[in-house]
Design a protein around this ligand. Structure first.
Ligand code: VAH
Length: 325
């Protein structure tokens, strides 16, 4: 039976992954950790939760031993936009925490999943259907930490036999926990604003295509890769995965099918726009499909229906809003 410790458990991915893992592996086999604590969060109240600063290697090792885990899912990280505001801290946190995690996995023979991102590519990477193996010279500190993290995880696999695995996540969209500090966050904000105010000005410019994925598909990908037969993996860190690809116009037009009065415009943020322009227009997930059966369920249309329904169900926006089906 798997026993998993998750870092960043109160973040955008972690807060939903914990619920899924508790269902998959049993409540007593999932240890959620975060530097923060949100007392009324179900992550904290519905299972095992511990405060943990991933920069404190001794506390990390002691928690791992206390719960006798065998797998770590390391999610704690600064994202792209915040990383550009605090680049030195982003390097220190993203790489310092990963080094601590890799060392504890090496010492106690734990399996490790930690995500990379499409941000691991840069201007000189092929922009369309970016291949699994290609040049990676990102121009953001977040991207630099993601490439360095991929290389470090592959090194620990080859040098010490640590079972490391990861995916390059596209932008992730969810209705549970608002995202924090990313460039793709516009694709989440737009749903909230469409319901609350029936209008939204995108901070990403017209025509800027990026790969995206609905959170349920991202969570399934994490579990599927962790459970995959390691002997069949040619790649390890990290697999290209994606579910859809759109620009701001396309997502706004999808929302208008349900909220016809939705007004969409632009108020471009030059910093996040320049980050977005340095990333691929689309990436090629073939290796993930062939090596561990990556699949997804939600496209833009199906995600939009679910996002609007779930957000309206949480009381976001006018109670009487009638969503056109
Ligand atoms: C970000 N949501 O915007 C993250 C992600 C591909 C984007 O890495 O920084």
């Amino acid at each position: 039976m798997k026993k998993v410790l998750v870092t960043g458990a109160l973040g955008q991915i972690g807060s939903e992954l914990i619920v899924k893992l508790r269902n998959e592996y049993g409540v007593d086999n999932v240890i959620g950790t975060d530097i923060r604590s949100i007392p009324n969060s179900e992550v904290v109240t519905n299972g095992i939760f511990e405060n943990l600063d991933v920069m404190d290697d001794k506390s990390l090792a002691s928690l791992c031993k206390k719960y006798e885990i065998d797998t770590v899912i390391h999610l704690a990280s600064l994202l792209s936009a915040v990383g550009e505001q605090k680049p030195q801290f982003a390097w220190k946190l993203n790489m310092g925490s990963l080094t601590n995690i890799l060392e504890v996995c090496r010492e106690f023979n734990y399996k490790l999943f930690t995500p990379s991102s499409i941000a691991a590519f840069g201007e000189s990477s092929p922009k369309d259907l970016t291949p699994q193996d290609t040049i990676q010279r990102p121009s953001t500190m977040y991207g630099v930490t993601k490439v360095a993290g991929e290389l470090l995880c592959d090194y620990y696999f080859k040098k010490f036999g640590v079972d490391t695995r990861g995916v390059r996540f596209p932008g992730l969209i969810s209705y549970v926990t608002p995202p924090g500090g990313g460039t793709t966050d516009y694709a989440v904000d737009i749903y909230y604003e469409a319901l609350k105010n029936k209008k939204y000005n995108s901070f990403i410019a017209s025509g800027t295509k990026m790969d995206m994925m609905y959170m349920p598909d991202a969570l399934s990908a994490i579990v599927d890769l962790i459970e995959a037969d390691g002997s069949k993996l040619i790649h390890r860190n990290a697999f290209n995965i994606t579910a859809m690809n759109f620009d701001p116009e396309e997502i706004s037009n999808e929302i208008k099918k349900h909220i016809p009065e939705f007004e969409f415009g632009y108020n471009v943020d030059p910093v996040r726009q320049s980050i977005a322009e340095s990333w691929p227009n689309s990436i090629d997930p073939t290796c993930a499909v062939e090596e561990w059966g990556f699949k997804f369920e939600y496209d833009l249309s199906k995600m939009t229906v679910d996002m609007l329904d779930k957000l309206a169900g949480k009381g976001i926006g006018d109670k009487n809003v009638s969503l056109c089906k």
